[in-house]
Unconditional design. Structure first.
Length: 354
């Protein structure tokens, strides 16, 4: 346990183990809001809401929705409200950031061409920043315990269903017996009255269905071959699409978006080829990691330039990358869980031998 982590915990900065889910809800709802808003405005001819010198920009309802999300987080304790706040806040932020062209141009130009790339980069930076904070050090056992106590909040007030009690108990088993407060937390869970009435949680239900779907697809016999095919097709097709949409400029080879897409696609293709070779060598874990790198390069390099060159027409490639990343993440987690008992047995054998 590092001094840094101890300092953060003493300062009350305890990480939520479900940060990834909440952040993904925020980002997905934000990106979807931008795309739906642009679609609706395009189909309706970009109407001016207001009149007589007034224009009600959709940044205003976006701000109100972000305010509502903050109000929910400040007004209620426990884990139940966070998925809803992530969704509402994401929609509000999407309405806000969609008008970034007006914020950075002197003529308040909503149609500023780099807007799509700017919006995309902002959401990427949100994800990368959150992943850095969450992954730069492992979740401390005391943080795990604090999350169990947080889950017990609704049980103390209104009872716990069998499902939620099982979830909290499973999380508590990760905490070692030497951690201060573990015994009391177990007693707190046991003292929570049973209550099978749960608030509707459509976001949590959607997450569970999505995870189950990714798990089923990742274990399909054809999944590796399909992943290699799609990654290869995308690496070859992205530069062609970017070039085809920029031919009218007359400076194809010096066009920065096209060159950037080509460079990102080449790097993705390199990781894909290496992953395919590791897959043939039956090193599945290494192959999955290389495929994940190929997708991340596409998301963080290729798609940035694709959005800069083709604007919101690049959303199809981004969606495909996210689906691939979800499938590869599910397979990586499955391999990790499968390897865990083997590693534990090896440790026990070394202990016996010593």
């Amino acid at each position: 346990m590092t001094t840094r982590s101890s300092y953060l915990l003493r300062a009350g900065l305890v990480r939520n183990v479900r940060t990834g889910e909440h952040l993904t809800t925020f980002v997905v709802s934000g990106v979807s809001t931008v795309l739906i808003t642009r679609l609706i405005l395009g189909l309706s001819g970009y109407p001016q809401i207001g009149g007589k010198g007034l224009h009600i920009a959709h940044v205003l309802p976006g701000g109100l929705l972000m305010l509502l999300a903050i109000y929910l987080l400040l007004s209620y304790v426990g884990p139940v409200v966070r998925p809803a706040a992530a969704l509402v806040g994401g929609v509000g932020f999407g309405l806000f950031i969609d008008e970034v062209g007006k914020f950075i141009t002197s003529d308040n130009n909503y149609f500023y061409q780099p807007t799509a790339a700017i919006v995309y980069v902002i959401f990427v930076l949100i994800v990368l920043g959150s992943r850095y904070v969450s992954n730069r050090r492992p979740i401390d056992e005391r943080e795990q315990l604090a999350n169990v106590v947080d889950n017990a909040v609704e049980g103390v007030a209104g009872g716990l269903s069998r499902r939620r009690l099982a979830q909290a108990s499973a999380q508590l088993r990760v905490v070692g017996p030497e951690v201060v407060g573990r015994r009391e937390t177990r007693a707190l869970l046991a003292a929570c009255p049973p209550d099978e009435v749960e608030l509707a949680a459509p976001i949590d239900a959607a997450w569970k269905k999505l995870h189950r779907g990714f798990d089923r697809l990742a274990t399909h016999p054809l999944a590796p071959a399909v992943a290699v095919f799609v990654l290869t097709l995308q690496a070859l097709g992205a530069p062609v699409i970017a070039a085809g949409l920029r031919l009218d400029d007359g400076r194809l080879l010096t066009d920065l978006p096209v060159v950037g897409v080509a460079a990102g696609s080449l790097l993705s293709a390199t990781f894909t080829i290496r992953g395919g070779l590791r897959l043939r060598a039956r090193d599945r874990a290494r192959a999955v990691r290389l495929f994940e790198l190929a997708v991340l390069v596409s998301l963080l390099v290729t798609q940035v330039f694709q959005f800069a060159g083709t604007q919101f027409a690049a959303v199809g490639g981004m969606t495909l990358d996210l689906v691939l990343l979800g499938l590869l993440g599910a397979e990586s987690e499955r391999l990790r869980q499968a390897a865990a008992p083997v590693l534990i047995a090896a440790e026990e054998d070394r202990g016996d031998g010593g």
